[in-house]
Ligand binder design. Structure first.
Ligand SMILES: [Zn+2]
Ligand SMILES: [Zn+2]
Length: 392
């Protein structure tokens, strides 16, 4: 089958599905209507979609011929904000908007599902379609991995894609190796003993201890990780006290860690806890650390990235595919899959015509719907191409 030609033929249907999803955005795991829509469309195509995790959907294509299993993923959630794109199919609610383009991912994966179903008998193995919730909360992929998305059948490789309005429409870019950073959000509480500002000896001052902790944490980057390892540790919030002559009982800090290496990430988290607890103990206080919003670095497997990248290039044209994308310092919860299975990830250009290229999450953002043809073709070509490479 000519995937690109078929993707072109179903373009209007992909756009119609996208516009419906765009008008009806939902947040996080609360995707009842979206899940219903996706399952209905899959059933119409002849699939038997299954629920997975907290509001995820899985469906299988192929399996008629023996072979391995590859997973392809789209995320479905929107953001809690008001849309200001001026599009005629703008969000019908002020409390949610698809400003990250996940509506386009869902519509493109539905388009790929249609093409894959039509050629099901020829697929040398199985393609598992993963429609995930709550990417923006970094909890959706995790809930599906825990819900068994990588088993029955066992997934041997995986890839996802993300549209970006800032890149030329229809271009597919990827990195070999580190592609998107890990994320960890931490909260530190220093528990001292409050007192009068004139008699600090009767108190245990959490402001001074917190300051030592900040300085101590700075030495992780400066003195404990290799010069060529890229990591960021930022404390964006430090709160304590209410008045000039009162030593407060406690201090609170929160911040974030980003890396492109999951071993560096683990080391920094371990040292953060040691420095916080050790410093507090040194100055007669105690301190606690809590981590939230955790996600690993998205690292593509070089061999998988090359095979899938070449398969996509063969269909949409080598001039439209670039495997030398530098790492991006944002996070992507598909890393919950890439940490488990050899994977790759694509960035799809979606720059609009005669309209500014707004950054992701901007209320004014628009995406170029012409890019969907290459997106659908990339999903199909990447999945089938990888299965063919394993069957040879
Ligand atoms: Zn986003
Ligand atoms: Zn996104």
């Amino acid at each position: 089958m000519d995937y690109l030609k078929r993707a072109n033929e179903i373009k209007d249907e992909v756009i119609a599905n996208r516009r419906y999803l765009h008008q009806h955005p939902e947040l996080g795991h609360a995707l009842d209507n979206t899940v219903c829509f996706v399952k209905e469309k899959l059933i119409e195509m002849g699939y038997e979609p299954k629920d997975c995790g907290d509001h995820g959907v899985v469906a299988l294509a192929g399996g008629k011929k023996p072979g391995k299993c590859i997973l392809i993923r789209a995320d479905m959630d929107a953001l809690p904000m008001k849309e200001e794109s001026g599009l005629e199919f703008s969000s019908l609610t002020d409390s949610a908007a698809h400003t990250c383009g996940h509506d386009t991912h869902t519509a493109m994966l539905l388009g790929a599902a249609k093409v894959l179903k039509e050629m099901e008998d020829e697929i040398p193995g199985t393609v598992k379609l993963m429609f995930q919730p709550a990417e923006e909360m970094l909890t959706g992929a995790d809930s599906m991995v825990k819900g068994g998305v990588l088993e029955n059948p066992h997934v041997d490789a995986a890839f996802g894609l993300h549209i970006f309005a800032s890149l030329p429409a229809g271009r597919v870019l990827y990195s070999v190796g580190p592609m998107m950073s890990s994320i960890d959000i931490f909260e530190i509480r220093v528990n001292g003993k409050g007192g009068h500002g004139s008699q600090p000896n009767t108190s245990v001052d959490p402001v001074v201890i917190g300051s030592h902790i900040v300085t101590g944490l700075e030495t992780i980057n400066a003195r404990e990780i290799a010069p060529d390892a890229t990591a960021v540790l930022t404390i964006g919030c430090f709160q304590a006290g209410s008045k000039f002559n009162i030593i407060p009982d406690s201090a609170f800090m929160s911040g974030t860690i980003r890396t492109f290496d999951n071993d560096v990430r683990a080391f920094i988290k371990k040292r953060l806890v040691e420095i916080v607890e050790g410093t507090a103990r040194t100055y007669r206080a105690n301190a606690t650390v809590e981590f939230h919003g955790e996600g690993g670095a998205l690292i593509t497997d070089p061999e998988t990235a090359r095979i899938i990248g070449d398969s996509v290039a063969a269909v949409i044209g080598a001039e439209n595919v670039d495997g030398s994308l530098p790492p991006i310092s944002g996070s992507e919860d598909f890393a919950f899959v890439t940490c488990e299975v050899p994977s790759t990830f694509f960035v799809l250009g979606g720059c609009p015509v005669d309209y500014p290229a707004y950054p992701q999450h901007s209320p004014q953002i628009r995406f170029n719907e012409d890019a969907f043809v290459n997106g659908v073709a990339a999903y199909v070509a990447g999945a089938v191409g990888w299965l063919e490479s394993q069957a040879e």
